[in-house]
Design a protein around this ligand. Sequence first.
Ligand code: NAD
Length: 340
Amino acid sequence: MATVLVTGAAGFIGSNVVRYWRREHPGDRVVALDALTYAGVRENVEGLDGVEFVHGSMANTELVEHLLRAYGVDVVVNFAAESHNSLAILRPGDFFATNVMGTQGLLEAVRRVGVGRFHHISTCEVYGDLPLDVDESFTEESPYRPRTPYNAAKAGGDHVVRAYGLTYDVPITITNCSNNYGPFQFPEKVIPLFTTRALAGEPLPLYASTKNRREWLHVEDHAAAIDAVVHHGRVGETYNVGSGHEVDVEGIADAVLGALGLGPQEASQLKTIVPDRPSHDRRYLLDSTKLRSELGWAPRIGWDEGIAATVDWYRTHEEWWRPLLGRAPVVEGAGAVWGR
Ligand code: NAD
């Protein structure tokens, strides 16, 4: 039995992991902390059995220190972040404040109180991008070469975590994960954006570089990877988490439209090319051998199955996503409308 503090718990991955954790570790208690930015949805976690929801910021060291002591927290899993790559182009300051200094505020509380494990969620995007036509992938040893404000802010947060691990003996682990998809993803991100637009019969905005591609992992498989690293990963280590399955921008649109049963003619009418966002990374691909060989993790949900289920979830949960549409800041000004 453990008490787990999950930060950013009302967001997409955080809320999926909270539900996963309660299912897989029913004896554990979860304290779900979230600042409820526009991307945080309180209903995603509030009221779940065994979950205590707290509205507040990870940057508030005193609040976190109080929570760590009051609940006797054993494990912290940090998802809290500004996460929308396109928005970061318009509001970089918010991203550095949250993803770098917010992470530091959280770690400061952890350093003062002490926990059994501090696990930090990061992204493949800190490694920079790869050419489309080479047989290469990023390992945990690859240098950090972020190219956008979001990536750079995440990279800064990772450095803070490692510094606290080495300097103050905070027992840290980090996972750098590829692009996630699944239910409860905010409709600003590409898969829910394409799905909700297609459901409304509205155009799907495809970046001009339609062959740029991402490695897609179902959020349930990400949750299982985090579980494995928190319980069995070596302190101080970083683990890449990826499926190896890459899909380009056009392939995502086709998969979504296909899952909704639209024929080729309707589909081609809905696909609309928009200008690339500045510094649009071409590709990220992770080498996840370390996680697979050391901890026996492997993804279970294939793309075809996962995308069909995800599109179906949005089709049947309009009451969840419809009210969120007006909440997302408009980012078309950055020459960009999708997230990662
Ligand atoms: P999200 O935007 O859906 O959720 C982020 C959550 O953090 C929101 O609920 C927001 O309210 C909360 N938050 C923001 N600032 C906070 C603060 N100061 N204190 C407490 N809560 C705060 O993002 P997501 O897609 O669920 O991503 C979660 C984490 O995973 C992020 O760190 C992101 O960088 C990382 N990640 C995401 C992906 C992906 O494909 N979505 C891939 C790899 C890594």
